[in-house]
Design a protein around this ligand. Sequence first.
Ligand code: ZN
Length: 331
Amino acid sequence: MSRYAKQSLFLGEASQLKIAHASVAIVGLGATGSVLAQWLARAGIGTLHLIDRDFVEISNLQRQLLYDESDIGQPKALAAEKKLRSINSSIKIYAHVVDLVPDNAEKLLSHADVIGDGSDNFDARFLMNDVSIRHRIPWVYSGAVGSEGMVWPIHPPATPCFRCLMEQPPEQADIDTCDTAGVLGPVTGLVGSWAATEILKFVVDEPPQPDLIRLDQWSNERQFIHAPTDRCRFCLEGITEFLDTPWQIKTSALCGTPGVQLRVNPARDLDLISLSNRLKYRKDSDWKRTPLFIQGKEGDVAITIFKDGRMIFRGDILPERAQHWFHEVLG
Ligand SMILES: [Zn+2]
């Protein structure tokens, strides 16, 4: 019996061949991304690209099914790659420990046949949408918060794009983030499974579910929301503002803990050895080094500097001060 016998019985051998030749990029290997990646690896998607900037934390284990306690502290993309290889050694898996930014989005995503959204932020989703518009690649939006989930397959010009529904990313204050709402593990599982099914449909050239699906598993609701019939000018005219707007630094508040995240575009490739040596002499502080980041303290603020230039400041610090520190240290 072949590995894919049950799936081939349902989809047919021709579809199984399409799956074997397909390449899917998954942005975000958190809760929904874990489920997406696992179904796609088990289904035999020929090439998987795993893109995630974060490291496994104990608070992830409640819902992020790819990881266990031995992965804590590891980059999610690498831990996911290892786990998925143990599930299916016959497919190609590439891990990318990077922040998705305008400068690298096309390089990371434009070769894929389908893009899966396992992210938790609108910056990443508007970039995926732009790559989808420019390269005519389908992507499947998914999101989960509290007991609610949403899934929407997007493939302009055949379908509306994400900006037909939402022209701009919402203001940070308008979003129910993990900070205020939390999330139920099984709901992320449902959302990830639903999105994985839609990705498989794209891969085997079946028409995707046309509506935006919204479910609330705690109050037993299902909604199939008709996509907007009027197309936005962005997908009509091929305008890709998020890819084309080269911001250099963005800061945002951390989720659930005081602090600031600082993101950099284009991504840097820092020499962490010389940087940690330089920082040691700055205020005679100790800097711990791994191949992918260095960690130390200035005053009461704990700072992590990633190889791609992204920084996380934990403690009482204003975004302006974090930016100032970045320029002081990296120029
Ligand atoms: Zn549109």
